[in-house]
Ligand binder design. Structure first.
Ligand code: 4AD
Ligand code: MG
Length: 464
């Protein structure tokens, strides 16, 4: 019987020692002398490589010549305990098949130690590096942990549309979606574009958030979550913004702001502790390469309560801090990353949930407090990241919501379906949005959001 392929992640199982195994993967390195050659092979299933030993009595130099960094090979041989340092087991090669060579002259990952910037230019190949292998496996584990978390608590996964006909969230500039010929636009008599001839018969865009549709789901199924891509066309070239990013948006009927904060804190702790338990090899690798404090920081999040305070209290602390900020602080300003990070990293030295922001700087749908000035918003602020979650209790009163919509001149023709949730069986409800890449950024300890998504979309970049 033919031996099945063993993935490298499974090869370190002690029961396999002494048996013949078959592995397939990509060559990391080859070294040795004229008697014996050592190949480090990786197949993406783990950060670990398996060492393969080629005895030159069994193989000719000519046969081994195509085994260069990046080549894909298939090897069969005995798994034996290794005498060398750095690995527990190795394979004594008996057969070799070369699937594909990688010319050392032109293979971009021939050498080690490329900068992360350089790797962004070869995003089509960077998943083969140790760093991106680790990041992408952690990203997968976190996505799985998120679905698991909500499934175990009776939340339903709701798929909200990516193409939207309403522009009301106000979360950011939108990408227009059209099938009109931009070089020959149909015009109305008054000279403006005739969108009746467009695919949907009206202007449409890519969604900035699934929340508004999520509320439709929550006021029917009780508690739902979305997990999908969202798009924002702001020209913000920062290490924390993408034009296309993934967001998780739970929305819960009968939740007030405190229930919402409790869920957000428990949820994010669950994600971090899942990664600590299930991605130890990858996290330890990244810690060793980039950030010695990573594991401590992750444990700290899981083990400590988040600090909860109001925006007004937060602004007070910032104003009394005596610190010179690039953007000066006063009540009413939209907090910048430098302010958020001061509260988290310097003042409290803990994650912070800031609530009750001025209504002017938050979305129209947030529940107005009795003071008439602030809304029941909550932002979760994290070390190194700043805002990782944004959410709120929603305004459930039809009259108050309508008043706010009119105050902000949001076109009613776009909003009738949303207002219907408040006309028919309205309930107190709340929800939040977690930026998935900001979570992956935090858990991996990477410092640029472009390095935690396989193919980043940022201004002037959509190559791969
Ligand atoms: O605070 P935001 O804009 O909130 C919403 O979109 C609400 N509809 C969420 C809700 O209540 N259901 O975005 C939520 C989170 C932010 O806290 C941040 O983590 C992330 O999404 N985010 C981005 N991540 C990467 N690139 C961007 N351009 C981002 N903009 C927001
Ligand atoms: Mg926000």
């Amino acid at each position: 019987m033919e031996i099945k392929r063993t993935k490298i992640v499974d090869i370190f199982d002690a029961s396999l020692v002494g048996t013949t195994v078959r592995v397939k993967g990509w060559v990391k390195t080859r070294r040795g002398n004229k008697y014996v050659q050592f190949v480090a092979l990786n197949d993406g299933s783990t950060i670990k490589n398996i060492q393969i030993v080629f005895d030159l009595q069994k193989f000719t130099e000519e046969q081994l010549k195509p085994i260069t960094t990046g080549a894909a090979i298939h090897v069969e041989g005995q798994l034996v305990e290794s005498l060398g340092k750095g690995q527990s087991v190795e394979i004594q090669a008996e057969t070799l098949e070369i699937y594909g060579t990688a010319d050392p002259e032109t293979y971009p990952l021939q050498k080690k130690g490329h900068t992360l910037e350089f790797l962004r230019d070869i995003a089509h190949l960077r998943p083969r590096t140790n760093t991106f292998g680790a990041v992408l496996r952690i990203r997968h584990a976190l996505a799985f942990a998120i679905h698991k978390y909500f499934n175990e608590r009776g939340f339903f996964y709701l798929n909200t549309p990516l193409i939207t006909g309403s522009d009301c969230e106000g979360a950011g500039a939108m990408f227009q979606v059209t099938t009109l010929n931009l070089n020959d636009l149909p015009k109305k008599e008054d000279g403006t574009v005739d969108y009746e001839q467009d695919f949907f018969g009206k202007p449409t865009s890519l969604t900035v958030s699934g929340q508004l549709e999520g509320e439709l789901g929550a006021t029917a199924l009780g508690q739902i979550y979305t997990f999908g891509p969202t798009f924002r066309a702001e020209n913000s070239n920062t290490p924390r913004h993408l034009a296309e990013f993934w967001m998780i948006e739970p929305e819960m009927a009968f939740y007030d702001i405190t229930d919402n904060m409790d869920l957000a804190e428990d949820f994010i702790k669950h994600c971090v502790s899942y990664a600590l338990e299930n991605c130890a090899d990858d996290i330890n690798f990244l810690a060793q390469m980039y950030d010695k404090e990573l594991v401590n920081r992750l444990k700290f999040i899981v083990e400590n309560d988040f600090v909860r305070l109001t925006y007004t209290e937060g602004v007070d602390i910032l104003m009394k801090s005596g610190k010179k900020f690039e953007f000066p602080v006063s009540w009413g300003i939209d907090l910048q990353s430098e302010h958020e990070r001061y509260l988290v990293e310097e003042h409290f030295k803990k994650p912070v949930i800031l609530t009750d922001y001025p209504k002017e700087i938050k979305a129209f749908y947030m529940k107005l407090n009795d003071d008439g000035k602030t809304v029941r918003a909550m932002d979760v602020l994290f070390p190194m990241i700043g805002e990782i979650i944004g959410g709120s209790q929603r305004e459930e009163s039809y009259d108050k919501l309508l008043a706010r919509i009119e105050e902000l001149h949001i076109p009613m023709k776009d909003m009738w379906w949303y207002l219907d949730t408040r006309r028919f069986g309205t309930v107190p409800h709340s929800g939040f949005g977690l930026g998935f890449e900001r979570l992956v950024l935090f858990v991996t300890g990477m410092t640029n959001i472009r390095d935690v998504i396989p193919f980043p979309r940022t201004p002037k970049r959509a190559e791969f």
